[in-house]
Design a protein. Structure first.
Length: 113
């Protein structure tokens, strides 16, 4: 993979609840806030041993939004959410995989055909 694909140039909270990331390879990633919150894989949200979800999606407000986003080392971001959750670490590699921008959604759809 192009190493620039894992290098964010700009990380922005958009629409008051979603996240947009401009990557160094030119890709602009988009992540709906609630989707990203439910994708959290921290020990409070997912059983570390079994991978089973602990987080009940119904306990996450519809309007959950990131309050702050900070880089963790050179490989991930940590998001503090307005529902009080702040342990979630999102590795850049994973963010590229779960990207929900129009181009990636079209790509996923094409592959699952
Ligand atoms: Zn979590
Ligand atoms: Zn994308």
């Amino acid at each position: 993979m192009d190493p620039r694909a894992l290098q964010p140039l700009d990380i922005e909270i958009v629409n008051d609840s979603d996240l947009a990331i401009s990557w160094a390879d030119g890709h602009v990633g988009f992540f709906p806030g609630r989707f990203l919150r439910l994708e959290c894989k921290c020990a409070e949200c997912v059983q570390e041993m079994t991978g089973e979800p602990i987080l009940d999606p119904e306990s996450v407000p519809e309007d959950v939004a990131p309050e702050s986003v900070e880089p963790v080392g050179r490989y991930a971001v940590k998001i503090t959410w307005n529902d009080g959750h702040s342990n979630g670490i999102y590795p850049y590699e994973r963010l590229r995989q779960i990207c929900r921008c129009d181009a990636c959604l079209a790509d996923h759809a094409a592959k699952s055909d």
